[in-house]
Design a protein around this ligand. Structure first.
Ligand SMILES: Nc1nc2c(ncn2[C@@H]2O[C@H](COP(=O)(O)OP(=O)(O)OP(=O)(O)O)[C@@H](O)[C@H]2O)c(=O)[nH]1
Ligand SMILES: [Mg+2]
Length: 195
């Protein structure tokens, strides 16, 4: 993933988890570190979170442009920072609560890109596109800004269907079977630890 900027979004409230889930431990390591490990080969790595909340060596803190407005606003901050630093290009956008993401997962998404696509999303077992843990091109920035200005907050609207490639679930399953597991509650974390 040398041509992709990594961005982890970690500015959520963890209200269902009950404490900061980025710092919750799985196999002795914070969830944030598990996610970061999946993207370590990206030359530029951004952490979209309140300034000073986390220290993650090798990752640059990018503050939210619209703090507390959710992951679509965090994607805006990530695309903006990526474009300002490296010009037009792809961003691997990940939630802090997906500790089973792997380098192989991101490679499969990267290989699914086409010359005209501007978003790549994995399909889950039920065939639903997963907007967290997806690739977005900085060309989408203008439209993300427009959506936010219009009051939209759903991350799934960031990927226009005509510009989006989806990756079939069996392909994901083959390389990274638990990649899409998402920790929202302490029970989710416990279940992951039992696998
Ligand atoms: N930077 C940033 N990240 C966010 C924001 N809201 C949510 N996120 C992140 O988006 C990802 C998925 O969000 P949720 O699962 O809803 O996390 P959450 O908001 O912390 O948890 P709940 O309060 O239980 O909904 C997590 O990585 C969150 O940290 C935000 O306003 N800014
Ligand atoms: Mg939330």
């Amino acid at each position: 993933m040398r041509d992709v900027t990594a961005a982890i979004t970690a500015g959520g409230r963890s209200s269902r988890f009950g404490s900061d889930k980025a710092a919750a431990r799985l196999e002795g390591r914070p969830l944030l570190e598990h996610v970061a490990a999946s993207l370590e080969t990206c030359p530029r790595r951004l952490l979209v979170a309140p300034p000073g909340r986390y220290a993650l060596p090798g990752w640059v803190n990018v503050p939210d442009t619209r703090p507390g407005e959710g992951p679509l606003a965090a994607l805006e901050a990530a695309l903006e920072a990526a474009q300002a630093e490296r010009g037009p290009g792809w961003v691997a956008f990940a939630g802090v609560d997906m500790p089973r993401l792997t380098p192989a997962y991101w490679t499969v998404l990267g290989q699914a890109r086409t010359p005209t696509s501007r978003a790549v999303l994995a399909l889950d077992a039920g065939g639903r596109p997963q907007p967290l843990a997806a690739l977005y091109h900085t060309d989408l920035l203008e439209q993300v800004v427009r959506l936010l200005d219009a009051g939209e907050r759903r991350l799934r609207d960031a990927a226009p269907p005509a510009l989006t490639v989806t990756v079939p679930h069996p392909l994901i399953q083959a390389v990274s079977p638990h990649a899409l597991r998402n920790v929202n509650t302490p029970a989710d974390l416990a279940a992951l630890g039992e696998q």
